[in-house]
Design a protein around this ligand. Structure first.
Ligand code: ADP
Ligand code: SF4
Length: 702
């Protein structure tokens, strides 16, 4: 019988990449993080933690080589000139301190950048509007422009080498890197030696690779990131035609091929729409075209799947962005025979929202992500308990579970009680939606950790009231009792209730997501009113339609599940509902709901025309907002005078019971409460984290 460690030995073999050698096959591919050039210390600490966790290679996000192609307001890396070197050196030093190679993804993104900050006119192979909807067009490059971009790239590669990077990228991925704009017929209408045949269209990429090898190839491995399929069928590059042929033409030029699919929303699909290893079908052929090593991605969290991908010859290095975000210590856990402790990515793309909203990265599974520098949080280490206080946590949803787990890790005696028969809270509901099963990992991982802790006791089927809590004698009480959906339509669009729910005839035909999860039959046709705009409305429409109900989805937003633009799922959600036959009304609010006979007549008001049209249905499902379930907390607060006698030193409410939000926010709240249980209380006005302050240039003499 092979031991777990030896089964995974192949993952710990070194790989030669040009002049440098990795210590293993774990490769953190470039990923955005909302920190970039604006928050270099945060960035270095976050990357350093990955290196500490065992990743053999740790890469930057996209790094700008020139102000002629910059991504403002998005916070990416920056190497415009020498002054940018020290910030990135922080990262390379943090990686080297733990034996990881540091990689830099240099980019010039042509018409995929708008240059909102520098105000330079973007450049492209041919005249074309930029990808964003800004009224900006990229201009066709002449030969001087091409020479300039090559020079900027070369100089940036030299600066990257001086900053300490071991791997330097030429970026042609995601429909972003300009070499891809040259390769694709859709965006290259040139008639000179850079247009026409594929040989001509890969010329720019070839030149950049040659320039980079010439500049830094003696010290650094040169990596090409190329999207081999745009998932556009014959309209675009596919892995069966020009994606494959482009690699064949340049096969031995780079030291490493980093291959994936475009655009970013295809590359980083959520678990709702893709399985682990979903890119293999597009990239599996690459290793047959080159003798150089290949790295690929596919949200691999299982070491067995990783071993299999290597043994089947799909790739040499396991590329990971999200699995490394959810668990920066994944490689070390595999190596130490603790693979069962891996905190697996759930594929929700909350991490992507950070970059899209220009704020530091956050993660549903890993509450320390993005907090390494500013709060000093480490994903594996936490301060030991400072007192012998006993703790009661009420509610085993994501907030209560993470709080219990982290307090248990600290060594506190913790009792976790939940009214339900299973832990998970809202996750039990969410994970039952189509495509959401991975979300249960948030509860499962925490339950597994808690069950290994002798100082934590779990009490299920235990609904607690204030009398019980006051009677138990715990020193610290945390209330994480979640939230419930409102029935009356109050929300973003309607700041006052839309329905009189005291009208029993009407209320009997109006449902909430909680009713659906409780198994209440929903009469068809059902009109779902989504004023929440994240996943719930769209996912329930899918679930009910799949059960055979006729479904109408009404939303005041311009799109279905509008916030999922930030998680790069929106298009898939709306087109999926369309294919299922869900009738969608956007820019529409409910003006009135009347009970008529056995059904309802709903007045649907178009927000632009103000016209109201009647719509018949049998039921309305309100997805508007949630109310905190804080009755227990309120009852305890009212009885504050009894706390001392009951041995209680503090009562705190957290998670959805405090402010309903995402699962990520609830996990974060639980983690924070565990860290702060015995921390010195800060004045409320004091910022509780470090900030990266802007250096003010000294005034010039003239
Ligand atoms: P959060 O997202 O903040 O963690 P959830 O809604 O996911 O919140 O979880 C709240 C949990 O609290 C649920 O599992 C629910 O059963 C439990 N709960 C609510 N009220 C009580 C109570 N009075 N006693 C015990 N458990 C409770
Ligand atoms: Fe995975 Fe979600 Fe964390 Fe991103 S936020 S790494 S998708 S668990």
């Amino acid at each position: 019988m092979t031991s777990p460690a030896s089964r995974f030995d192949i993952l710990f073999e070194p790989v030669q990449i040009g002049p440098v050698r990795t210590k293993n096959r774990f490769y953190q591919v470039p990923h955005c993080n909302g920190m970039g050039h604006g928050k270099p210390q945060s960035l270095a600490a976050m990357r350093g933690v990955k290196a500490e966790g065992g990743w053999g290679v740790v890469c930057t996000e996209e790094v700008e080589i020139s102000h002629f192609s910059e991504t403002s307001p998005y916070q990416e890396g920056r190497l415009w000139d020498e002054r940018d070197i020290p910030a990135l050196r922080l990262m390379t030093e943090a990686c080297h301190a733990h034996g990881a190679l540091a990689g830099v993804e240099l980019f010039f993104n042509g018409y995929a950048t708008t240059n909102r900050y520098s105000r330079e006119i973007p450049m492209a192979p041919s005249h074309i509007p930029v990808q964003a909807s800004d009224p900006v067009q990229a201009r066709a490059m002449d030969k001087t422009d091409i020479r300039n971009v090559r020079r900027w790239h070369r100089n940036a590669a030299l600066r990257a080498r001086d900053a300490g990077f071991d791997l330097v990228y030429v970026y042609a991925g995601h429909d972003l890197g300009m070499p891809m704009h040259f390769i694709s017929r859709r965006t290259n209408r040139r008639t000179d030696e850079y247009g026409g045949s594929l040989e001509n269209r890969v010329r720019f990429l070839r030149e950049l690779i040659e320039d980079t090898k010439d500049a830094v190839g003696d010290r650094c491995g040169v990596v090409v990131r190329l999207a081999v399929d745009q998932l556009l069928g014959p309209l675009g590059i596919t892995s069966e035609n020009e994606g494959r042929d482009a690699i064949a033409l340049l096969a031995e030029l780079p030291d490493l091929w980093d291959v994936n699919i475009a655009d970013w929303s295809n590359d980083s699909q959520t678990a709702r729409f893709s399985q682990e290893g979903y890119q293999e079908q597009y990239i599996a052929h690459v290793k047959q075209l080159t003798t150089k090593p290949v790295v690929g991605v596919g949200r691999y969290t299982s070491p067995d799947a990783m071993v299999s991908a290597i043994q089947r010859g799909v790739m040499d290095l396991i590329g990971a962005a999200r699995p490394s975000i959810a668990d920066p210590f994944l490689p070390n856990k595999v190596q130490q025979g603790r693979a069962d402790e891996i905190r697996e990515c759930i594929g929700c793309n909350i991490c992507v929202t950070g970059d899209n909203l220009c704020v530091p990265i956050r993660c549903t599974q890993n509450p320390t992500m993005g907090e390494e520098w500013r709060r000093g949080w480490h994903p594996e280490r936490i301060a030991p308990a400072q007192s012998k206080d006993t703790v009661l946590v009420v509610g085993a949803g994501p907030a209560g579970l993470e709080l219990t787990r982290a307090l248990g890790q600290r060594g506190y005696e913790v009792a976790l009680a939940d009214a339900g028969k299973r832990v998970g809270g809202r996750l039990l509901n969410d994970a039952s939606l189509p495509g959401f099963s991975t979300w249960m990992r948030v509860a499962d991982w925490r339950l597994q950790r808690i069950q290994s802790m002798p100082n934590v006791n779990l009490y299920l089927d235990s609904r607690l009231g204030a009398d019980e809590v006051l009677g138990f004698g715990f020193n610290r009480v945390f209330v994480a009792t979640g939230a419930t959906w409102r029935r009356d339509g109050l929300g973003r669009q309607h700041r006052a209730p839309l329905l009189d729910t005291s009208n029993a005839t009407l209320a009997a035909k109006v449902f909430t997501p909680d009713d659906v999860f409780a198994g209440t039959p929903i009469p068809s046709p059902v009109l779902i009113y989504d004023d929440d705009h994240y996943y719930m409305g769209g996912a329930l429409a899918e679930a009910l339609r799949r059960k055979g109900l006729e479904v109408l989805l009404v939303t005041p937003a311009t799109k279905v599940s509008e916030f999922t633009d930030m998680t790069m799922e929106q298009h898939r959600i709306q087109s999926g509902l369309h294919k299922l036959g869900v009738q969608v009304f956007t820019n529409t609010e409910i003006a009135a709901v009347h009970s008529v006979g056995s059904g309802l007549i709903v007045g649907l008001k178009n927000l632009y025309s103000d016209k109201v049209a009647p719509q018949q249905c049998q039921s309305v499902l309100m997805v508007t907002m949630r109310d905190p379930s804080d009755a227990l907390f309120m009852a305890l607060q009212e009885r504050e005078a009894e706390w001392v006698g009951a041995g209680i030193r503090s009562v705190q409410v957290l998670g959805d019971a405090y402010g309903p939000g995402t699962v990520a926010a609830a996990v974060y709240a639980g983690h924070r409460a565990a860290r702060e249980l015995d921390a010195p209380e800060l004045p409320l006005d004091q910022v509780p984290f470090k900030r990266e302050l802007i250096a003010i240039e000294p005034a010039s003499a003239d």
